[in-house]
Design a protein around this ligand. Structure first.
Ligand code: AN7
Length: 376
């Protein structure tokens, strides 16, 4: 009989583990690893792509470039199975939808939620419908929704319009909404805070992240508080959130009707988890601010060049904020700072090529031509 443990079937395990296998144990995904903190039971089918366990990478070069004297750790969430943090919440939302015998999952998305929903629905053999703001999706994300087989609908409107329609469709009871208005999304996403504490052996002093629909800031705060309450973390971090200047409803204190930013992932004018964000900011003595598109693009290039870490523009928003705050001397020396790199740079190749500032040099197919270019 085949029993499924840790996401692999027992009959596929090697007969005798090699000496190297110890360091390469199979990670089972966030639900199995953090089961005791999640609302699941023995009846919950676990739909996983082995998400989570993403690297926490120390970024001294970047800190040096912004003149700081603190420890910066980047949680590289772009290394999840669909290349964004959304997979943590989606594994749980889709598992719970399957448990309830739902057949169709639906979401509105600026791109990453749709990629993740489509992938997990495929794994669960469920139908997936995604509503996207027409013309404002990074090409990698659109490719994902199409390839994973989601029914992909482009709305002549923005994300907020798409989410409004999805909520209305959810009220019919015929579809399962897997946007972060679904509480299982937040529950799954909080595992990233657990991982940071487990990887660092403590909670950070400051935690920087981008804010769009505000589900992630809500989830991180819930995760840090929960780990603190069971004494798995020694302190609570201050949460520092950043919105794009043209899409900064929480900073401005009112919804933005026509949000605009190069960081299409956070082009959101009326965040669903606004209250969760406010609670996280107030309770953690945190801070929310806006960064301009040019600050975002500068940070986007700097992190790739100084650390070899390629993120999408939205993930550079907290780095832009960190540059500004570090320069103002607001991070005490020796602080431990984390920043969440929410999505992979390859999601948005068009912005990358546009932003790089130079193009490949075309030469004749001979050694001399290449030597001339490199000055040898
Ligand atoms: C890379 O995919 O809202 O504040 O529909 O893709 O939790 O919304 C994406 C959001 C940050 C903001 N970074 O997180 C969607 C969507 C990236 C993102 C955010 C998003 P939230």
């Amino acid at each position: 009989m085949t029993t499924v443990m840790n996401g692999i079937s027992s009959d596929s395990q090697p007969a005798s583990p090699s000496p190297d296998s110890k360091a390469l144990t199979q990670w089972p995904g966030v639900i199995s690893h953090y089961a005791r903190y999640l609302p699941i039971s023995e009846f919950t089918p676990i739909i996983t792509l082995n998400e989570g366990n993403t690297p926490l990478i120390r970024a001294d070069n970047f800190v040096e470039a912004c003149g700081g004297e603190f420890e910066l750790w980047l949680k590289y969430e772009g290394l999840n199975p669909t290349c964004s943090f959304k997979d943590r919440g989606m594994t749980l939302a889709v598992s719970k939808a399957r448990e309830r015998k739902a057949e169709i999952v639906i979401c509105a998305s600026t791109g990453n939620t749709s990629a993740s929903a489509a992938a997990y629905a495929a794994k669960a053999k469920m139908k997936c419908i995604v509503l996207l703001p027409h013309g404002n999706i990074a090409s990698g994300k659109l490719a994902q929704a199409l390839m994973y087989g989601a029914t992909t609908i482009s709305i002549n409107g923005n994300f907020d319009d798409a989410l409004r329609i999805v909520r209305e469709l959810g009220e019919t009871g015929q579809v399962e909404v897997v946007n972060s208005v679904n509480p299982f999304r937040i529950e799954g996403q909080k595992t990233a805070a657990f991982e940071i504490c487990d990887q660092l052996g403590r909670a950070p002093d400051f935690h920087f992240l981008p804010v769009g629909n505000a589900g992630n800031i809500t989830a991180y705060w819930q995760g840090y508080k929960e780990y603190y309450s069971v004494r798995k973390a020694d302190r609570l971090p201050r949460l520092f959130g950043f919105q794009a200047a043209g899409a900064a409803p929480i900073v401005e204190g009112h919804p933005i009707e026509k949000p605009e930013t190069v960081a299409s992932a956070i082009r959101i004018g009326n965040p669903a988890s606004w209250q969760g964000a406010n609670a996280a900011l107030n309770e953690s003595k945190g801070h929310i601010d806006k960064v301009s598109d040019s600050e975002i693009l500068a940070a986007y290039k700097l992190i790739a060049k100084t650390e070899g870490i390629f993120v999408e523009p939205a993930s550079a928003a907290p780095l832009a904020g960190l540059i500004r705050i570090a320069k103002a001397g607001m991070i005490p020396r020796g602080s431990v700072v984390t920043a969440i790199m929410t999505g992979h740079g390859l999601k948005d190749p068009d912005n990358a090529i546009k932003s790089a500032g130079f193009e490949p040099i075309i030469v004749a197919p001979i050694k001399e031509a290449v030597m001339k270019v490199i000055g040898l």
